[in-house]
Design a protein. Structure first.
Length: 446
């Protein structure tokens, strides 16, 4: 629901299958409360797989004569300008522009600021004039993953800059066109890493999968190491982000004697509609195949990677992936650490799950083949489950359920409960102990 000044009350409605939506304007004479409201349909959209919702849309421009809308109808996200009656005036960005999110609209409605990048492993801040066909202007020129917060009056910007080859920083600017001369740089209270971080980013395999690799700092020519695939692999999140500050943990893991790598296969965002929707009805098969294929191609160009000793580790959807990986692909993944995994999609958030798998009664097979619980009897490799007992996102019962299924079949595994912790573990001492356990587990089995 959106209700902006000088614009009608606007409602976006979506069917439960998430394959159809409508944008409605509500005209109600509030001075005559007994008179019923009049609902006008401004636009409708359909998608045979699912429709992602952009929570920032629609966005009415000052004066209420036009509004902004985003759509994937042409195969990738685009920003559109529409008239007050919903008719499309023109697309403001092309499908290959890589539009991601609207940050602000100038108070006079002349310009918008947004996040975008044609390269999925990067993110940049752009400015665009609405009243002309002038090209957009990129405000973050360094390679990296950048974002911004903008004051309502547009007079102050907070830029969060995370370059590929330098530490992240936050700066305040008062003129969007002079981001290289900040008014101030916000002091960083976070502790700086006591070691250099050296991620490398590349594209591998026939699917052009974006990859990141972190080597041990003490690696010598000709030396070979076991491999840890650090994974997310699920919807709406890119793990491979070309920002140095993102890879501190991976460098720490690598420095214990591993090559750490990550990949973004099908199902992840920013590669277009077809790439993301390849997981419709099956959240595991395409991501597993892409990770295994990308690993093979990366190993062919990185002689330090010993592909006979590969482990996999992830959290949340990455935990789901890791558990499934050691069960379904034991020849590739020789050990797995699964953090806070969804093990049965029937026990997860309805709006999220049904978007990808459909309604439970109509798509029983999709739920079965997308859940690690269905492959528990196939476990032949070492598996460690880690889960916070107070997890309010992926319930603790998910790991309990999988552990029970393994226990009932006499299949050995490790279960590490984290008492009192929710989905994201914040306590420093708990994190330290947890990663000590993870390193010890991979050293033992790889």
């Amino acid at each position: 629901v959106r209700w902006q000044k000088s614009a009608p009350l606007t409602v976006v409605v979506q069917d439960r299958a998430q394959q159809e939506l409508a944008v409605l304007a509500v005209d109600r004479p509030f001075h005559k409360p007994r008179k019923p409201a009049v609902w006008r349909t401004l636009l409708t959209e359909k998608d045979a797989a699912w429709l992602n919702l952009d929570r920032g849309m629609p966005r009415w421009l000052p004066g209420g004569k036009n509004f902004l809308w985003t759509t994937e109808a042409a195969g990738a996200w685009q920003l559109e300008l529409r008239a007050a009656d919903g008719k499309r005036i023109r697309a403001l960005t092309k499908p290959n522009f890589g539009y991601r999110a609207l940050l602000s609209v100038d108070t006079d409605g002349s310009h918008v600021t947004m996040l975008a990048s044609a390269e999925p492993s990067e993110q940049h801040v752009y400015r665009l004039a609405l009243d002309t066909k002038a090209k957009s202007q990129v405000l973050t020129t360094m390679a990296g993953w950048h974002s911004a917060k903008i004051a309502k009056n547009g007079k102050a910007w907070v830029l969060n800059l995370s370059p590929t080859n330098a530490p992240s920083r936050t700066q305040v600017v008062t003129n969007a066109m002079t981001t290289k001369s900040p008014r101030m740089v916000v002091r960083q209270e976070a502790e700086s890493p006591k070691f250099p971080v050296h991620p490398r980013f590349m594209t591998v395999g026939p699917r052009q999968v974006r990859a990141a690799v972190v080597m041990p700092r003490n690696a010598k020519p000709g030396q070979r190491f076991p491999v840890i695939v650090h994974v997310y692999g699920g919807p709406h999140y890119n793990f491979v982000r070309a920002a140095q500050s993102r890879w501190v943990l991976q460098q720490w893991l690598a420095d214990h004697g591993f090559v750490v790598c990550s990949f973004d296969g099908r199902g992840t965002p920013y590669r277009g509609r077809a790439w993301e929707r390849a997981t419709r009805g099956d959240l595991l098969s395409a991501p597993l195949a892409d990770q295994a294929e990308a690993l093979k191609h990366l190993g062919a160009i990185e002689p330090a990677m010993d592909l006979a000793r590969v482990g996999v580790f992830g959290w949340s959807f990455g935990g789901t992936f890791s558990a499934a990986a050691v069960m379904k692909l034991p020849k590739v993944f020789k050990a797995g650490v699964s953090g806070a995994p969804v093990t049965d999609w029937l026990d997860y958030d309805t709006h999220y799950t049904e978007r990808y798998l459909g309604l439970p009664k109509q798509a029983a097979k999709a739920y079965r083949i997308s859940s690690p619980l269905g492959y528990a009897t196939q476990l032949k490799r070492p598996l460690m489950l880690i889960h916070g007992t107070a997890d309010d996102n992926v319930w603790f019962s998910h790991s309990v359920k999988l552990s029970k299924a393994l226990f009932d079949k006499g299949l050995s595994h490790t279960f590490v409960p984290l008492p009192g912790h929710t989905h994201m573990v914040r306590d420093a001492k708990t994190l330290e102990r947890m990663y000590e356990r993870i390193i010890g587990f991979f050293r033992k089995h790889l």
